[in-house]
Design a protein. Structure first.
Length: 547
């Protein structure tokens, strides 16, 4: 974090209650790698309380976030987390649990609004920006009884793994490597066992990328399935929040809570849920995605293996081949797919970059609408004002803003969603992208596309504050599949699951990509593979604390 844990506790008035904390010191329950079911069983059995659970995570955060390697995975801790956990203990004793997430600690990416904590979006300019109300996701989690532990670090303006508030987030498996972005803190905190669950957001790759580099599970759903209400925009044509966890079952439980009908706050949400209601049993505006956790889900299914995403690091290729062999053992058949040059150019190469450039024509309009809701007169109200503050102040600080952020902000000053090329992009380019991607499924008769999520392990850190050389890194020029999911008129769901480790101890995930609205099927595939392999392992660099 950007300040010491002890100073934070003191400032929050919690240091004075150290004696009370010691009275609820962590019991003989290992929080490391603990999942929802294991935790709830321990609470039901009387060997664990939610207050003890929260305290155990705070102790790990103190040891490894604010001490030791200083991972910089968290920007703000909730000063009321311990009290909220204790209240949930009392509530459970009085009338039972609200549901599976009752008392479960969750970290939110710091672009998700919380009315009781700042939502900085990773920007030093907004480090003290407190929204007027909670995001839809935040409200849903509170209603489910989750403990909002704090706000996870993120790449500034949802890009990269560095920000001008707290700096660089470090990979828990190798402190010379970065975490992927932009949900950098969410991925690192899960891998470091600072929390049970985390929520990220994904425009291009920002849930799945950090999940893959940190060896955890990430789900990017159909765009609009999770309301974007109260989430700072990156690009609302593609933005989606997504659950992140150490297991597919926990990710499905989290998705069941945060994905719901929002009553019209996000216009896209209503149309997506109309389609969902035709496909799934919907109860009280939600779907129970845990019903699709089936160990036999891969039996009789056909998977398309996109070979264009192989050929980078040989160790990753070997892990992916091992994963595919396991899927075949589970009853799936596979067919190799080689994308034609035109497809690769349009949706992975230069054409793909043009899609993003045109889509960003809406950035300034969306961001200024977001800024308008803040009552604080010291906060900027326009992107032009933010550019000015960055140039006059932040660029001269010890944690300057990245060039990519400045390019985005400045470019948005000269573009508009009223431009003819933008209208053509929305009306023709994105619908064509959707059809071209759907055609892959029908052409090969496959239920999902499968590929190693990255062709290289997490790369060495490079940011405006410092860079690290690591000659052991195997660089790859292989095309990356990240934007296949989002860059369409309808988002395609995608799940990444741990598939093992390289010789340097770094993890990597296998990716599943499905057709729009087919989350249930993808969750089943991911679960079946995970249960047969269970590759998720904690980092040996962050061992359990001595108690």
């Amino acid at each position: 974090m950007n300040r010491s844990f002890l100073r934070f506790l003191s400032g929050a008035g919690l240091l004075a209650t150290a004696a009370a904390h010691s009275a609820i010191a962590a019991p003989p329950f290992a929080v490391e790698e603990a999942g929802i079911a294991q935790i709830q069983a321990a609470v039901a059995g009387g060997t664990l309380s939610y207050a003890q659970l929260t305290q155990a995570y705070l102790e790990r955060i103190a040891a490894y976030e604010d001490g030791g390697p200083r991972l910089n995975a968290i920007l703000t801790l909730n000063p009321k987390a311990q009290a909220e956990a204790a209240a949930l203990d009392a509530e459970r004793k009085r009338k039972g649990a609200r549901g599976p997430l009752h008392g479960i600690p969750v970290l939110l990416k710091d672009n998700i609004d919380t009315a009781d904590m700042p939502t900085s979006n990773g920007s030093a300019i907004l480090r003290n920006a407190i929204p007027p109300d909670d995001a839809y996701i935040t409200r849903a989690l509170r209603e489910a009884g989750a403990v909002i532990l704090g706000k996870a670090a993120m790449g500034e303006f949802a890009g990269g793994s560095y920000n001008s508030v707290g700096g660089q987030t470090l990979n828990p498996y190798n402190f010379k490597r970065h975490t992927g972005g932009s949900s950098s803190g969410s991925g690192a905190a899960l891998a470091a066992n600072f929390t049970v669950l985390a929520v990220g957001t994904d425009t291009s790759t920002s849930v799945r990328g950090p999940s893959a580099y940190n060896g955890v599970v990430g789900i990017r759903p159909t765009t609009g399935l999770i309301s974007r209400d109260g989430i700072a925009p990156k690009n609302l044509n593609f933005d989606s929040a997504g659950p992140m966890a150490r297991s597919v079952s926990d990710a499905a439980a989290l998705l069941s809570v945060i994905a719901g009908e929002d009553g019209g706050a996000d216009p896209l949400n209503a149309s997506v849920w109309q389609e969902m209601a035709r496909r799934y049993p919907v109860k009280s505006g939600h779907i129970d995605w845990t019903k699709y956790l089936q160990a036999g889900a891969l039996k009789g299914r056909k998977l398309g293996v996109i070979r264009d995403f192989f050929g980078g690091d040989p160790q990753i290729d070997a892990l992916a081949e091992q994963a595919l062999a396991q899927m075949r053992k589970l009853g799936a058949s596979t067919v190799d797919i080689h994308l034609d040059a035109a497809f690769l150019e349009k949706y992975v190469g230069e054409g793909n970059r043009n899609i993003r450039r045109l889509s960003d024509y809406r950035f300034r309009q969306d961001w200024e609408a977001y800024l308008a809701k803040f009552a604080d007169p010291t906060l900027p109200k326009t992107v032009a004002q933010m550019v000015e503050i960055y140039e006059k102040e932040v660029m001269k600080s010890p944690l300057p803003v990245e060039d990519s952020v400045m390019r985005l902000l400045k470019a948005s000053l000269t573009t508009s969603p009223e431009a003819p090329e933008y209208r053509e992009f929305i009306e023709k380019t994105l619908p064509q992208a959707t059809q071209d991607k759907l055609a892959l499924f029908s052409r090969y008769g496959v239920d999902a596309l499968v590929f190693p999520y990255f062709a290289s392990f997490a790369p060495p850190i490079r940011n405006p504050a410092y860079s690290i050389d690591d000659p052991s890194f195997v660089k790859s020029e292989v095309p990356q599949p990240a934007t296949l999911a989002g860059y369409s008129s309808v988002g395609f769901p995608s799940v990444v699951v741990p598939m093992g480790f390289g010789s340097q101890g770094l993890p990597m995930d296998i990716g599943f990509l499905g057709k729009p609205y087919e989350e249930g099927q993808l969750i089943g595939f991911a679960y079946a593979y995970e249960q047969a392999t269970k590759w998720r392992k904690p980092s040996p660099l962050l061992p359990p604390l001595k108690r």
